[in-house]
Design a protein around this ligand. Structure first.
Ligand code: FCB
Length: 443
């Protein structure tokens, strides 16, 4: 190994008990066509022309449904302590409610027991974006009843696996579920409608809080919330750009966490959304703010915003930035991670554990992924500084274990520490996987 093939850190540079993990999600790796899963809105979204690159979908994905055991070996062999995975709602409950799919539950049983046998902590995410199609028919996140449907689904999972799951997150990335998918129309269900977006922005939080309260009442603990953040900077020096960037920050980085930790929504977002919110939204904050045991940060990039006065509220648009970019065209900006770790620490109850639940990059290099090693080096360095400054950062999950289905971008955007050949489905660890193994074996 040369210096370029190594991480600058080793396990011993982090506090005792710091959790190193790898992250994935169900639809992106399992293969939704296997094992009696019901259709989700990602299956139907991808089946609609123009929504995903080459109309690619997750029907086979990485075939993790069949290759899960050797995939878990890869997590263990790299020396990780934990594996962050998600359960597919449509696989567990094909209709979204009612009848469970025994094959689906058995799959997750094998997977969770497989983690425990390998000494890996199971970190489960209940919703990483697979709304069952029959519930999408009823409006999905637009329908207030989704809070009860989601809490019931959480109950099915926790009744069966709660005694073996180490930590449970409700929803992965509410901004993506609500704004990206109902306002920008980029992810399923692909809506571009402000009323739909406002309802999704509220109901996703209500569902989170309802599920946490129900799981807590049933005796389960170590329950968390996972948010995604993008550092928001003005695209030029003008006052309108500064204002637009602040509004973007409020929609993206403040709406969800302030609801959960402050029981309020930012005024500047209410200016545009309040008229579209469901009646009585103000009364839901007690449920939304049900206490959690930890909070997760997914961080990838920053964005530059300018005013776009020709368009209706929020009257802003993103512009390309000058920094080096990943294959997603996302600017590499490690400082943003430190910004959010500190900011989150300031808004959460004293000492609430914070984890980086996702960080990584898309890079097409199939084996010698030095760019990824450098990217992770820089972000882990920022995490260490945050710990030194007193942020209670307790763990770090790299996105992702495997190259996988990157949603609307299809299979070209490769985030894995392990290369996947999508013709043969063969896995080959990249340099970053080997570097991780070296770093984690040193104490
Ligand atoms: C996050 C998602 C994850 C993956 C990465 C690149 O927003 O949680 O599924 O797509 O981005």
């Amino acid at each position: 190994m040369t210096d370029h093939d190594r991480f600058d850190f080793s396990r011993g540079d982090f506090p005792e008990g710091f959790v190193f993990g790898a992250a994935t999600s169900a639809y992106q790796i399992e293969g939704s066509s296997f094992g009696g899963a019901g259709a989700s809105h990602w299956d139907t979204f991808a089946a609609t022309p123009g929504n995903t690159v080459r109309a690619e979908n997750g029907s086979i994905a990485c075939d993790h449904y069949h290759q899960w055991a050797s995939d878990l070996d890869l997590v263990r062999d790299a020396g990780f302590d934990a594996y962050r995975f998600s359960l597919s709602w449509a696989r567990v409950l094909p209709e979204g409610r009612g009848r469970a799919n025994p094959e689906g539950l058995d799959f997750y049983e094998r997977l969770i027991d497989g983690m425990l046998e390998r000494g890996l902590q199971p970190w489960a995410t209940l919703y990483h974006w697979e709304m069952p199609a029959p519930l999408a028919d009823l409006g999905g996140w637009r329908n207030r009843d989704v809070a009860g449907w989601f809490a019931d689904y959480a109950g099915v999972i926790m009744d069966r696996f709660g005694n073996r799951i180490h930590a449970t997150a409700t929803v992965n990335e509410p901004w993506c579920v609500a704004w990206l998918s109902h306002f920008l129309g980029i992810h399923a269900p692909g809506l571009r409608d402000i009323r739909a977006a406002a309802r999704a922005m509220h109901h996703i939080l209500l569902a989170h809080g309802t599920a946490v309260a129900a799981m807590r009442a049933a005796g389960h603990g170590n329950l968390g919330a996972v948010f995604n953040f993008e550092y928001s900077a003005p695209g030029d020096d003008s006052a309108p750009a500064r204002q637009a960037s602040a509004l973007n920050d409020a929609i993206y980085n403040r709406w969800f966490v302030e609801a959960v930790f402050r029981k309020s929504y930012p005024d500047e977002v209410l200016n545009g959304l309040e008229q579209h919110l469901p009646r009585g939204w103000q009364d839901d904050f007690e449920v939304i703010a049900t206490p959690v045991d930890w909070v997760g940060v997914n961080y990838y990039t920053r964005n530059l915003t300018v005013a776009d006065p020709e368009t209706p509220w929020p009257s802003m648009k993103q512009v390309p930035g000058p920094l080096p970019k990943t294959d997603m065209d996302w600017e590499i900006y490690p400082e943003g991670l430190g910004h959010f770790l500190r900011r989150l620490n300031a808004i959460t109850p004293d000492g609430l554990p914070i984890l980086v639940t996702e960080n990584g990059m898309a890079d097409g290099e199939p084996t010698q992924d030095r760019t990824r090693i450098d990217f992770l080096n820089r972000h882990f360095a920022v995490a260490r500084r945050a710990i030194a400054d007193g942020v209670p950062l307790k763990g770090y999950f790299v996105w992702s274990l495997l190259d996988n289905y990157e949603w609307a971008m299809g299979y070209d955007k490769r985030f894995g520490m392990v290369h996947v050949d999508f013709d043969t489905l063969r896995r080959t660890p990249k340099s970053s996987w080997h570097a991780m193994k070296a770093a984690l074996s040193l104490t």
